[in-house]
Design a protein around this ligand. Structure first.
Ligand SMILES: [Zn+2]
Length: 230
């Protein structure tokens, strides 16, 4: 692994903004694809978070080439959860030392027991500086994880959260994340508030990255508190 330069920051790059919307002319169907993010850690570890659908392989290759990387330069694959639009191109990354799908970690046919302690705040460091970690963030699915990046080039902590947040607008309109599916709405509200208080920026599952404001934190805290009373 490359040497660590303390002057450097961990680089978070959103390769492609995700989306989700109702299909035109068919209220029963959705169009959706995930936000796909590259984290280049300052110790040289390259991480891809959420790999889009299985039909996006050539697109994802070209997005990486634009960053000066090939698929073999990715060391860790993290999928925030196991839905098909977040795991589709995992097959591209066969040189990676670990694929993490939700809280399930594997390499080839070997399955590791990371994030299995039962402690909800357990963190798995992905870089040698322990500045880029994975933690559980259940709600959308009970196995969901988020990647938390400290010491980022943005000057604040970044949470790459998958569908814990569908997109920025779901803070004002809860229907957006609830209609995207939640295996436990109460837990999801608590996690949304927790991550928003932990991070200055959020990369949601299906929209562009956004900065977290104090009014967002207040709203999410109120939502979580209200949720615990019903
Ligand atoms: Zn999704």
């Amino acid at each position: 692994m490359a040497y660590s330069d303390p002057a450097q920051r961990n680089q978070v790059t959103v390769l492609r903004d995700g989306y989700s919307r109702q299909e035109d002319g068919d209220e029963s169907a959705m169009r959706a694809n995930c936000t796909c993010t590259l984290v280049r850690c300052r110790d040289g570890t390259n991480i891809i978070v959420d790999t889009m659908t299985a039909w996006d392989g050539e697109h994802l290759r070209s997005l990486l080439v634009q960053q000066g990387l090939g698929v073999d330069d990715i060391h860790v694959v993290v999928c925030s959860h196991g839905h098909s639009d977040h795991i589709g191109c995992n097959y591209l990354f066969q040189k990676a030392r670990m694929h993490l799908v939700g809280a399930c970690a594997s390499h080839h046919d070997l399955y590791m027991d990371h994030l299995a302690s039962g402690n909800p705040d357990e963190q798995l460091a992905l870089d040698s500086n322990a500045e880029v970690v994975v933690r559980r963030s259940p709600g959308h699915t009970l196995s969901c994880v988020s990647v938390i990046v400290d010491n980022s080039q943005l000057g604040g902590r970044v949470g790459i959260t998958g569908d814990l947040f569908e997109r920025r607008e779901d803070i004002d309109d809860e229907n957006i994340w609830m209609e995207a599916g939640s295996e436990n709405e109460k837990v999801q509200r608590e996690e949304r508030s927790k991550i928003a208080h932990l991070c200055e920026f959020i990369v949601p599952g299906h929209g562009p990255m956004f900065p977290v404001t104090s009014s967002m934190r207040c709203k999410l805290k109120e939502d979580a508190a209200y949720s615990s009373t019903i």
